[in-house]
Design a protein around this ligand. Structure first.
Ligand code: 2HG
Ligand code: ZN
Length: 466
């Protein structure tokens, strides 16, 4: 270890305590490698501050020495956005894990960045409320992480994305200064929306230490429908009919026959129907009336467009398990790290998009196995490609994104850009857009020390500037 690093580590230890500066290679692996194994980084150390003041002091020390920092919450991201580059430190928010307050009247939670989504939801439920974001990684994903990535999740169709829930942030800027935009109001229109800017900034603009977020009212009861259908149109029509009958769609997911078969063979989930269907849609609905009766009426009127259907009162965990086990089972089933392309297309184009994608992959990359699933009512399809030879991964990504662009879609619906997609950012943003993003980056992080290898393709080019 160089003298410079030794001096840095001593300084960090003096700030956070010896126990919270991790340098041993084995322990560091859970911070430097993502859980899919696709993104493997390196770091000088993992630092775990316990307060905002400690975060500020750590960041100031790194700023002075021009040491890059990668902030990390639960390390559940899927685009390598929380994985450090050699020479950086990982700043883990795990210890910023206290819930400060819940205001049950204003329906607001104030919590540390390291609080998990499950902890926030659990705390909200004690007041008869709900946290507005939910995702399969709820037990590990942190509030700081979901804000930094502007996560979507399964309730996005109902409550919007994380940015829509965010009222305020406390964040440490690249020189250690603390920004506190902390106003527990849903109406506060004074100038630029800095919390909104930090949402989705992937650790490149500031390090989020606390969040102030809305809570929602949970529906009194829900019904969960799992229907086997032959076409995307049938799934979209079913969702549309539910809305037209006054039902509230709480979640609307799509799975394919191959995805469901894979989950059933790599977990204890059971196939839902006697006969497989080409597609499965899982829709959770609520209403102020008799939800079950209305759902049954809609299903019987839609019988000619469905192969089969089951209805269960929420939470219907066994039905949800089939959908939520996709990510883990896919990882287990693939012989190589899964290529994960989280895309969105306009609803009227979804069917032709899927057909074009499946036929291009079958014709041009016959050795790979694509599994598609996602939050279809948001236009969001998770294109997971298994068994991709490493050398083919860029070519496959190029091809998928070409088809996405031809269908007027987005190359990142909810997972962000991270390392995985930064080479393709020009497919999602114009040159003027990118210029503005770079200007914002250099205004907030002129030394380019915050997650320099993430999001913007040439972010590190500014590292020579002061
Ligand atoms: C989900 O919707 C997550 O379950 C993960 O966004 C998706 O594994 C994926 O591609
Ligand atoms: Zn998702």
């Amino acid at each position: 270890m160089g003298t410079q690093n030794a001096v840095l580590l001593n300084c960090l230890r003096a700030i956070v305590g010896d126990a919270h500066v991790i340098t041993d290679a084995i322990t560091m692996q859970s911070y430097t490698i993502d859980w899919t194994g696709r993104w493997q980084g390196e770091a000088v150390a993992v630092v775990r501050p316990g307060t905002t003041d400690e975060v500020s002091a750590v960041v100031a020390a790194c700023h002075e020495r021009r040491i890059p920092i990668t902030a990390q919450g639960g390390n559940t991201g899927l685009v390598g956005g929380a994985i450090p580059s050699a020479g950086s430190i990982v700043l883990s928010t795990q210890r910023l894990n206290s819930i400060d307050t819940i205001d049950p009247v204003g329906r607001i939670i104030a919590a540390g960045a390291g609080v998990t989504v499950a902890m926030a939801d659990d705390a909200a439920s004690k007041h008869g409320l709900q946290f507005g974001i939910d995702l399969a990684s709820r037990d590990s994903a942190t509030l700081g992480g979901i804000v930094a990535t502007n996560a979507g999740g399964v309730r996005m169709v109902r409550h919007g994305n994380t940015r829509a829930q965010l009222l305020g942030v406390e964040a440490v800027l690249s020189d250690g200064a603390v920004l506190s935009r902390w106003i527990p109001l849903v109406k506060d229109n004074v100038g630029y929306d800095l919390p909104g800017l930090l949402a989705g900034s992937e650790g490149t603009l500031a390090i989020i230490t606390k969040v102030l977020m809305k809570l929602t009212t949970p529906p009194p009861e829900t019904q969960v429908v799992l229907a086997g259908v032959s076409t995307i149109e049938a799934a979209l029509n079913l969702c549309d009919r539910m809305r037209r009958h006054g039902l509230t769609v709480e979640a609307a997911e799509i799975m394919t026959t191959d995805g469901v078969a894979l989950v059933c063979s790599h977990s204890d989930a059971r196939h839902p129907f006697g006969q497989p269907s080409p597609l499965y849609t899982l829709i959770e609905i609520s209403s102020s009336g008799d939800t079950e009766a209305t759902v049954l009426e809609i299903l019987s009127a839609s019988a000619d467009t469905m192969d089969d259907a089951i209805v269960e009162p929420g939470p219907a965990r066994k039905l949800w398990q089939i959908r939520e086990s996709h990510t883990e089972c896919i990882s287990r089933a693939s012989s190589t790290p899964v290529v994960k392309l989280d895309v969105a297309v306009p609803l009227p184009e979804m069917s032709t998009f899927i057909t074009a994608l499946e036929s291009a992959l079958a014709a041009e990359f016959s050795e790979v196995t694509p599994i598609l699933f996602g939050h279809f009512a948001d236009g969001n399809i998770h294109v997971n490609i298994l068994n991709v030879p490493t050398a083919a991964s860029n070519a496959i990504t190029d091809r998928v994104f070409e088809i996405v662009a031809a269908h007027h879609g987005s190359i990142s619906a909810e997972h962000g850009i991270g390392r995985a997609k930064k080479s393709w950012i020009t497919l999602g943003r114009s040159p003027v857009d990118i210029r503005i993003m770079k200007q914002i980056k250099s205004a907030l992080d002129p030394r380019c020390l915050l997650n320099p290898d993430v999001l913007l393709p040439t972010a590190s080019a500014e590292s020579t500037q002061t």
